[in-house]
Ligand binder design. Structure first.
Ligand code: UD1
Length: 401
């Protein structure tokens, strides 16, 4: 069986790492010489076809191309170098999707895989699933069934189209299964496998725990490092990159002022800043204030282990990232989700998780921020977020062959 799996942007890398490892482990169990004779001797009447190794090809669309957004994740998570890089880079959504489709079509015509495996909800996920289906190639979507219900979010469109086209939908939680059933997806296409991001978290948490927060700040600081953070000092951790938060001046300005004038007054605020957010702060004339705020520790985008370590120690997390909501659920970090909706309701406090939706209205954020300061860390483990999801993904694909 031949599988092409696709990555494009940062949140894909931690999902593909355990999947590739699970394929290697699956292949290692299969004898190199086809065991036809032994199979035949067990079942002489209706012979079972010999079990075959999986030939795997990794395609990187190149949507994220900076070393800090891509290469460091390949290195630190032991992801083999992509077999093929489509080099699509930045652009409008139509440009990214269109360029990816044109380049990926050539790869598919050449390689003729049995399956294309896509993960998450980025533009690569959409582009490659559409291209594969048009060539009548089966598509498997890992992290299927998530729905925010917010059609202004590019990722929601990517999720809907990808799931509508997929032949095998691997879901991270039961709520996602309900979403798919409501949309009429037949039961035999859905498999509950758990959350593959948590495989990566479990495989890397010991390594991350050994890192020193101070060294992380020193290594990644955007400015000359002169910050004194005592080992016991509590800090807040921030990530923010969604267009709905950073692309409009009237939204970003009050949000930014709250973070700087209130949160950074209470405790050091650590902000590994996404290229989009940095660009928008500069465009809206807010960058100067960011550089001058003493208690704001601006970092370049940090690697996987550094982020995990910061999340393990943070007093609270403020984020609009989906992956961080899931990680803070398992680590128990009290989390303010800077969004009005989430496709990951299982991470919310009302469902046993660690996060609360606060949107981008400062009054609401302030109220929840004050309440969250009183909370302590409470790790949770949703069903099948057990570090073994990738094995179940490979099994599901093999079973559907
Ligand atoms: C993408 C994903 C989003 C994910 C996020 C994580 C889609 C629709 N969105 O959003 O789901 O949460 O990645 O990071 O796929 N840039 C760089 N260097 C890079 C990559 C991007 O400087 O390596 C800059 C470019 O100027 C680009 C901007 O960042 O215009 C935004 O990048 P883009 O790929 O458009 O989407 P993200 O906002 O990163």
């Amino acid at each position: 069986m031949k599988i092409i799996s696709v990555v494009g942007a940062r949140p894909n890398f931690m999902k593909i790492a355990p999947f590739i490892k699970a394929i290697e482990e699956y292949n290692a169990q299969i004898p190199s010489v086809s065991p036809v004779s032994s199979v035949l001797s067990v079942s002489p009447v209706s012979p079972v076809p010999p079990v075959q190794k999986i030939k795997h090809i990794l395609v990187h669309t190149g949507q994220h191309y900076d070393d800090r957004m891509s290469k460091t994740f390949f290195e630190s998570l032991n992801i083999p170098e992509a077999d093929i890089n489509l080099g699509v880079g930045s652009g409008t959504h139509a440009e990214q999707v269109g360029n990816t489709m044109m380049a990926f079509e050539k790869v598919l015509e050449q390689e003729k895989p049995d399956w294309v495996v896509v993960v998450g909800d980025v533009n690569a996920t959409l582009a490659c699933s559409v291209t594969a289906k048009k060539l009548n190639i089966k598509v498997c979507h890992i992290e299927a069934g998530l729905r925010s219900g917010d059609m202004t979010m590019p990722e929601e469109i990517n999720r809907l189209v990808t799931d509508r086209l997929s032949d095998l939908l691997l879901i991270p939680d039961r709520l996602s299964g309900e979403n798919l059933r409501k949309e009429g997806v037949p039961e035999n296409k859905i498999a509950f496998v758990g959350n593959i991001m948590i495989d990566t978290l479990e495989a890397n948490r010991h390594k991350a725990a050994k890192l020193s927060v101070k060294n992380i700040l020193r290594r990644n600081s955007l400015l000359p490092f002169n910050f004194k953070l005592s080992p016991l000092q509590r800090f807040a951790l921030l990530t923010m990159h969604r267009p709905s938060n950073v692309d409009k001046k009237e939204v970003l300005t009050p949000l930014f002022n709250f973070l700087i004038d209130e949160v950074a007054k209470d405790m050091p605020l650590i902000w590994p800043i996404h290229p989009r957010a940095q660009k928008m702060l500069q465009t809206f004339g807010l960058w100067g204030k960011a550089l001058q705020t003493e208690n704001l520790i601006l970092l370049n985008p940090v690697g996987y282990h550094d982020m995990l370590r910061l999340n393990m120690d943070a007093k609270l997390l403020l984020t609009d990232s989906g992956g961080l909501q899931e990680e803070s659920c398992v680590l128990g970090t009290p989390c303010l989700t800077l969004r009005w909706n989430t496709e990951r309701p299982i991470t919310l406090r009302e469902n046993g998780g660690a996060s609360v939706l606060v949107g981008n209205n400062v009054e609401r954020i302030r109220k929840e921020y004050q309440a969250t300061l009183r909370l302590t860390r409470k790790p949770q483990r949703p069903e099948l977020w057990d570090g073994k999801t990738a094995e179940r993904c490979v099994e599901a694909i093999v079973d559907n062959e």
